[in-house]
Write a protein that binds this ligand. Structure first.
Ligand SMILES: Cc1ncc(COP(=O)(O)O)c(C=O)c1O
Length: 389
């Protein structure tokens, strides 16, 4: 216990201690945080669908028809006709033969990697990949080789050095803390050249990039070349759950082998109904996606002009790099006092020395509110000597 207290006080001293902020309202561009109305700028609710009336209605209908709990795991009593419809919908959306729904994106990554790979495999993994990918790799027992972020020369060099009997390249489609996009066209070429499997986690690409918002694989036109397309139903899709889409044979294998799929109670019908409807909305509503990209481009441009260190992205994830974890926390706290909630992201989520504010926009943010955010960020950015002035 003594070690634990020391660990916690150390985290507090170094600006690395994390605490919850409690919302008393829905997840919109404005929300009530601990009783105060604030502008919410860090949500993954990119398309603003979390409080969409059409989704609330399908959830209520599903509760009335099916009740609230699912009552069992998918292979026992927890599979509903809605699960089947959703899996067909995802396969169609992703341009694959089949799909399988997990309870979260985290569980999908861990369950798929540990079911597919073992110590005969070598997994080549982008250094900035999400923690759930890393955990899945470690659980699988495969040899894990991490290549420099989006660096295709480093990847090819490492393939030549470490290639084994069976090999997999795994990457985020859009990187969650940086908002940049993996060069999937290049990754597919390398996978073909060296006869490797490929897996893309597109948690942050869906709803934002690609034809009908179906994600990064579609953006690069490589849907058919990627063996496993992983995703979450909890970000732009505004519900809860994860999935894998790919060849029917692989999906059948996962249904029977993936432990995080088999040994967990199925998602309740209302969440499945919401995911189904949200994908339908995303496919049809091009304007919403367009609005999100336009707002993001404008906002990034303004921050850059003020002197903030903003990573170039084509997504609504806008990392304002601060560097020092304590300063990032202080900046985030100053914004909160002014009614703006944007979380400071610190190690171990990001590398040491790259603490940041991870700003993410929603299609439903209003320009007037964002103009206010810009003014406040400029004021406190200067005060804390993050920008000049
Ligand atoms: C890239 C990536 N993969 C997987 C996940 C996990 O998804 P979920 O929140 O559905 O568990 C996340 C986010 O949380 C993510 O950013």
């Amino acid at each position: 216990m003594e070690n634990i207290s020391k660990y916690v006080s150390n985290m507090k001293e170094n600006g690395l201690y994390r605490e919850f902020k409690y919302l008393n309202s829905g997840q919109g561009p404005k929300a009530l945080v601990e009783g105060r109305e604030i502008i919410l700028l860090g949500s993954n609710n990119y398309l603003g669908l979390c409080d969409d009336v059409r989704l609330k209605e399908v959830a209520i209908r599903a509760v009335k028809e099916y009740g609230v709990g699912s009552g069992g795991s998918r292979l026992t009593t927890g599979s509903y006709d809605l699960h089947k419809k959703l899996e067909e919908k995802i396969a169609n959306f992703k341009g694959t033969e089949d799909a399988l729904v997990f309870n979260t994106g985290y569980m999908a990554n861990v369950g798929i990697l540990s079911a597919l790979c073992d110590k005969k495999w070598v997994i080549f993994c982008d250094k900035y990949n999400h923690a759930s990918i890393i955990d899945g790799c470690l659980l699988s027992g495969a040899k894990l080789v991490r290549y420099r972020h989006c660096d295709m020369d480093d990847l090819e060099r490492k393939i030549n050095m470490y290639k084994g009997k069976v090999n997999l390249i795994v990457t985020d489609g859009v990187f969650s803390m940086d908002g940049d996009v993996a060069p999937l066209d290049h990754i597919v070429k390398l996978a073909k050249k060296y006869d490797m499997f490929t897996m893309v986690d597109d948690a942050h690409g869906v709803g934002v990039l690609g034809e009908k918002g179906s994600g990064t694989c579609s953006y690069f036109g490589v849907n058919k070349d990627i063996d496993m397309q992983i995703g979450t139903l909890s970000k732009a899709i505004a519900s809860i759950g994860g999935y894998v889409a790919g060849k029917k044979e692989m999906i059948d294998y996962m249904k029977n082998v993936s432990r995080s799929f088999i040994f967990s109670t199925a998602l309740p019908p209302a969440s499945i109904a919401v995911s189904l409807k949200a994908i339908e909305i995303i496919e049809k509503d091009k304007d919403r996606r367009q609005k999100l990209i336009e707002l993001s481009n404008w906002f990034k441009g303004e921050l850059k002009a003020m002197g903030f260190h903003i990573t170039d992205t084509i997504t609504p994830i806008i990392p304002a790099i601060i560097g020092d974890a304590k300063k990032a926390t202080l900046f985030s706290e100053s914004l909160l006092e002014e009614g703006i909630y944007v979380p400071a992201i610190r190690p171990p989520t990001v590398q040491k020395g790259t603490a940041r504010l991870r700003i993410s926009l929603m299609a439903t943010h209003r320009s007037k509110d964002l103009e206010y955010v810009l003014k406040v960020m400029q004021f406190h950015g200067k005060r804390l000597k993050i920008i000049e002035g």
